[in-house]
Design a protein around this ligand. Structure first.
Ligand code: NAD
Length: 252
């Protein structure tokens, strides 16, 4: 086991979209990045093409499987010696009408979006407490934590859960000087968004409803994460920061 001089960050859902952008920005800012994702092909492609071998590692696993989380954490610590930051970013949106939703659909959405944040958050927090590390945790929630959309009941409930879990973790981990915050993105240009855009005119209308007039770029969400993990943010904990171009504040 080596003791890495760089700060070490674990990023879940790191093979694409916002998770990949967070991983790239942290790497550019001197972090050793540990990428976790269940999509092995995409994860390998990204790690080989976009990250330096001496400042990154990866594990292919599922955030809903405790064994995957524990094995990944052990691999990360064996390789780097420590963990300073966790970014729980995995999320899925499978739109289903409330009246038609099956128990399986409900469970899947809640497990991936909320249980995954619990499993990774608890594993990393335990390691930090046992090893006297005052690190930072950032959970990626969504503007849907407070603004519901059609056919999003399970997703919105899960993201509201992430917002409140963030506050609960912040309170319980504050005695160990571990900060826990959430970022709540609005619509962001990723594969997840693309899969929900049905027609171009609808897309234009949605952009007009955002005060800043456009969807976010993944790198813009990553900037908020970088700040929350920085020394300048050591007094911020339990916060949920909207990065949504003002969408959640305008009620015209
Ligand atoms: N894109 C948006 O418009 C938007 C808006 C608000 C919030 N968010 C949130 O941001 C986060 C990232 O979203 P994105 O748009 O980058 O999504 P994305 O679909 O582009 O990427 C998600 C990544 O998570 C991985 N993943 C999915 N399920 C997994 C699991 N069970 N275990 C491990 N990895 C898994 C996927 O393989 C993928 O690489 C999510 O939490 C999402 O809810 C996105």
């Amino acid at each position: 086991m080596c003791s890495m001089k760089k700060r070490v960050a674990v990023i879940t859902g790191a093979a694409s979209g916002i998770g990949k952008a967070i991983s790239l920005l942290l790497a550019h800012n001197g972090y050793y990045v540990f990428l976790f994702d269940k999509d092995q092909k995409q994860l390998l492609r990204v790690i080989n093409e976009e990250f330096a071998a001496d400042s990154s590692d990866y594990y292919c696993g599922d955030v809903t499987i405790k064994e995957d989380v524990e094995k990944a954490l052990v691999q990360c610590v064996q390789k780097t010696g420590h963990i300073d930051a966790l970014i729980s970013n995995v999320g899925i949106l499978e739109k289903t009408d409330f009246l038609k939703m099956t128990e399986q659909q409900w469970d899947k959405t809640i497990d991936v979006n909320l249980k995954g944040v619990f499993l990774w958050g608890q594993a990393v927090a335990k390691w930090m407490v046992e090893n006297n590390v005052s690190g930072g945790i950032v959970n990626i929630a969504c503007m849907r934590a407070s603004l519901v959309g059609k056919s999003m009941s399970a997703y919105a409930a899960a993201k509201a859960g992430v917002r409140m879990l963030t506050k609960a973790m912040a309170v319980e981990l504050a005695p160990y000087k571990i900060t826990v915050n959430a970022v709540e993105p609005g619509r962001t240009q990723t594969d997840l968004l693309k899969s929900h855009i049905i027609d171009k005119s609808g897309e234009e209308l949605r952009q007009r409803l955002i005060p800043l007039g456009r969807f976010a770029m993944p790198a813009e969400i990553a900037q908020a994460v970088l700040f929350l993990l920085s020394d300048q943010a050591r007094y911020i904990t339990g916060a949920s920061i909207p990065v949504d171009g003002g969408y959640s504040i305008e009620k015209d």
